[in-house]
Design a protein around this ligand. Structure first.
Ligand SMILES: [Cu+2]
Length: 191
C-alpha cells in the first residue's frame, strides 16, 4: 500500500469514528443512581419490624428515564443478606449479565460490598418496576421505573393532566415470614 492509499484509509477510519460518536450521542442519555440497602424500622398494621429498604424509603427510589436511555445503578449492600436487584420488564438485549436474578445471571451482592448495574432501555415505554431478587428481600426492596417516550416524540394518547405513581406491595408477607422465623434468620449474617 503506497503512502496516498494509507492516508485515504486513515481518513476513512477517522470518518467512521466520527459517525460512531454521533450515533452514540443520539441514542439517549445516561443516568446514575445510588441505591443504599439498609435495615430500617417500620410500623405497619400495629407491628414494628426492621426491614431492608433502598435509600431509607418504602417503596424505594423512582428511576425515571426516556426510551433509549441507559442507567447505571450502584447498589451498596449495607444489609445482612446477599441480594441482587432485577429490572422487571426491561428486556436488556445482549446485556443479560445485568438482569439481576441471583444465581442465574450473577452471584448475590454480599453484605458490605456493592455492584453497579447497567440498564439499557431499548423498546420499553410506560411504567415498570425494579425489585430485589433474593428470597424475601423483594417484599421491601422495590420501586417504580418510569419510561417516558423518546425525546422528540409524544405519548400515543393525549398527555395526561397529572400522573401519580402507585406501587402495590404486601408488607404483611414480610412480617409473616419474620414472625414465622423462616430461613431468613439462618442466613442473617447480622445475628
Ligand atoms: Cu420481577
Amino acid at each position: 500500500m503506497n503512502f496516498k492509499n494509507k492516508e485515504l484509509v486513515v481518513e476513512f477510519l477517522g470518518f467512521l469514528f466520527l459517525v460512531a460518536q454521533c450515533l452514540c450521542m443520539v441514542e439517549g442519555e445516561i443516568h446514575f443512581y445510588d441505591f443504599v440497602l439498609r435495615e430500617k424500622n417500620f410500623t405497619k398494621m400495629c407491628s414494628t419490624e426492621s426491614m431492608l429498604v433502598a435509600n431509607g424509603s418504602l417503596p424505594g427510589p423512582v428511576i425515571q428515564v426516556h426510551k433509549g436511555d441507559t442507567v447505571y445503578v450502584n447498589v451498596h449492600n449495607e444489609g445482612c443478606y446477599g441480594v441482587t436487584v432485577h429490572w422487571h420488564g426491561v428486556m436488556q438485549p445482549r446485556n443479560s449479565w445485568f438482569d439481576g436474578p441471583e444465581y442465574i445471571t450473577q452471584c448475590p451482592i454480599e453484605p458490605g460490598s456493592n455492584f453497579t448495574y447497567e440498564i439499557i432501555f431499548s423498546n420499553e415505554e410506560g411504567t415498570l418496576w425494579w425489585h430485589a431478587h433474593s428470597d424475601w428481600t423483594r417484599a421491601s426492596v422495590h420501586g417504580a421505573i418510569i419510561i417516558l417516550p423518546a425525546r422528540g416524540s409524544t405519548y400515543p394518547f393525549p398527555k395526561p393532566d397529572e400522573e401519580e405513581i402507585i406501587v402495590l406491595g404486601n408488607v404483611n408477607i414480610f412480617i409473616y415470614m419474620v414472625n414465622r422465623n423462616m430461613s431468613i434468620k439462618s442466613t442473617n449474617r447480622c445475628m
